[in-house]
Design a protein around this ligand. Sequence first.
Ligand code: GLU
Length: 303
Amino acid sequence: MDYQDILNEIYEKVMSFKDRGIPASYIPELAHVNPENFGLHLRFNTGETYGVGAYHTKFSIQSISKALSLALASSFKNNEILKRLDVEPSGHPFNQLALLEIEHGIPRNPFINSGAIVIADILVSKLKNPKQDFLDYVRDITGDDTIDYDYKVAQSEKDTGHKNYAAAHLLESFGNLKNDVNEVLDFYFHQCSLHMSCTQITKAFYMFANRGKCVLNKTRLTEQRVKRINAIMLTCGFYDEAGEFAFEVGLPGKSGVGGGIAALLPEQFVISVWSPGLNKRGNSKLGMLALEQFTSKTQLSIF
Ligand code: GLU
């Protein structure tokens, strides 16, 4: 199969779409991104790579980072994750608070905001210099020291992230936040602001497709943890559209409101796409379409 031809065909198709969705603007800094951008990158476990469009352009990975923070938190012994979080899809938007109150401060999963804030709290407890250590972890699993936070985006979210402050305080009221709210959220906003390209994302997610070994062939996760994180990505990785994503695309993955999506087929490949316009559920509109086209044309999905 000629994968470069397939990527080119997908690119031509998505670029012909008039309705590209709407970029997120609730984090003011994200509203400046050009919605015409589109990038797609494919990395096979064999080492072959293919790309089309703006796949070297960096963007704000936002919630895609939640898979990486979960991976780092899972790699510690006595990490408390299973005591403090559930692993069920929420069926509600990522920033909804009602369910957290009804369920006594136990977030439904690590990918809704309240769940990711609990993971951030665990990392703040475990890491000596949380922001630097998390950045070093991402640089380590990708072998790429140029990866950095976008400090403007982090500040922009710090200034406007009222619902995340509300979630953190609610968690604290139920005894499910151990560190200071401001410290945990400062870490969480930086984590979400990671500025990466599609090529860097396919490297970062490679360990999920390669039984826990990252691109430099170092083991960073056990196979059991990879299995579990991939399961959570499949069931909870796409806001309240995880069912639709499994139905249309059929791969575990994680999206972010910056318009990026990372997805993978265990033992085979990682694919990453970026198009800033979002659909009504907060997933990249053309990104989802492109991945549906890819798995339909190649018949490479977990189903
Ligand atoms: N930092 C964003 C928030 O907490 C992440 C949202 C997302 O990408 O899903 O609202």
